[in-house]
Design a protein around this ligand. Sequence first.
Ligand SMILES: Cc1cc2nc3c(=O)[nH]c(=O)nc-3n(C[C@H](O)[C@H](O)[C@H](O)COP(=O)(O)OP(=O)(O)OC[C@H]3O[C@@H](n4cnc5c(N)ncnc54)[C@H](O)[C@@H]3O)c2cc1C
Length: 467
Amino acid sequence: MASVQSFSSCDLSCMRTREPWGKPRRIRGRRCLIRCQSGKISDSEEEKHGKVKLRVLIAGGGIGGLVLALAAKQRGYDVKVFEKDLSAVRGEGMHRGPIQLLSSALAVLEAIDEKVAKQIIEAGCVTGNRTNGIADGLTGEWFTKFDLLTPALKKGLPLTTVIYRMTLQDILVNAVGPNILRNKSKVVDFMQEPNKVRVVLENGQHFDGDILIGADGIWSEVRSKLFGKQEASYSGFTCYSGLTSYVPHYIDTIGYRVFLGFNQYFVASDVGNGKMQWYAFHGEPPSCTGFPEGKKERLLGLFGKWCSEVTTLISETPEQMILQRDIYDRDIINTWGHGRVTLLGDAIHPMQPNLGQGGCMAIEDCYQLILELDKVAKHCFDDGKPCEVVSALRRYEKKRISRVKIVHTASRMASKVVANYKPYIEFKSGPLSNVVVTHPGIHVARAVLQLIFPHFIDWMIGGHGLW
Ligand SMILES: Cc1cc2nc3c(=O)[nH]c(=O)nc-3n(C[C@H](O)[C@H](O)[C@H](O)COP(=O)(O)OP(=O)(O)OC[C@H]3O[C@@H](n4cnc5c(N)ncnc54)[C@H](O)[C@@H]3O)c2cc1C
């Protein structure tokens, strides 16, 4: 009887070496290629053997849901994705912002589907080969720079890339296909029985599967049904995002830069195609909507005294291209699922966007989950034994939690640092009245960051230890 192929060993040997610009170079060439391609099993082959397919139900067709669907499709599983509204890519409205995919996440995508990963890399804008880092908002002076290139090259991974969410979604939706992805299908409930899980949609339809994965984002319905409704935590920051056609003179040398200020920060990134994306975060209570002067004027008020790299980007952005949203996350919990149901991505670990890691973590979740499913699917398809899917889900959760916890904690810490960032001491009275000097603590902070950050980046890029 033919077996469902496990891709993991193939993936690893395929990924080892690549050219500096991020394209895979196959030193293990033919053997590797043959093994990767032979991993796909056609429907007819399966039907011929009368095989029962693992039935995977996925709530949510965001980054996580689609990547998991792609991986499950590659394995020949019977997969269905229920998406409530494909046109709402995490609420970014019509000007959906881009997303940074770190080398580790891109490597995982390659391991799942090399062709799709190639499309994503080609459609994106590589920032991992330029200077990226943190600077002071007022002066524009570098605080610390990140080297995303060396660790990626050392490990033979694709370079960190920024891609428009809509482009990413289009590529994934096309790769997953209409037979798997059901739009306008809001999941409202599920029931677990000893041998199956049933998903219920808003329109009354229901579908049965072996497992249900809640990939339905920060306001996850599946999570609420599992653990009860819990309020998300407001981060203390609202986020204005803007997309502009202004091309700064430093475009060829700087990928993205985070400018820090007291209780506010500004992220500027090249996103390719002659466009710059920026995010302006400001500490304020949630739902401060409705600015009669307009968002742009408000931002020029908040950031007007900052360095020209910041003010120019705001000034060069049309009002209608500026959006605002409040930023929420949730505490990490140790239980991610129950029985035949588990969660991934923002549904279980939404994090603040300051490290640009939420989507990357969702992609890594998918990979770990599919590796665990591979093990049990092989066992039950090959040997005809009961499929131990429940244990596979628990193993996936256990293997992901530590890494996710570290990244989540780092994101919260980063936002606390910003909330308390005071780089200057301003003397209000006395002989030094109106004199501004650099806070001595800033030198220490810079030294500490320069010491810690390279290791942190190395660890981030290293993924979950698979390469
Ligand atoms: C300003 C900002 C910038 C960011 N930048 C980055 C970055 O550079 N890099 C990065 O990695 N991450 C970034 N993130 C985080 C990233 O956007 C999220 O972590 C990522 O989108 C999570 O993917 P997901 O698939 O888990 O959830 P989502 O992308 O939220 O997808 C969930 C999907 O489920 C659907 N859904 C919801 N409820 C239901 C239901 N009941 N039934 C059916 N479908 C449902 C939704 O419509 C949605 O399509 C950023 C976030 C923000 C806010």
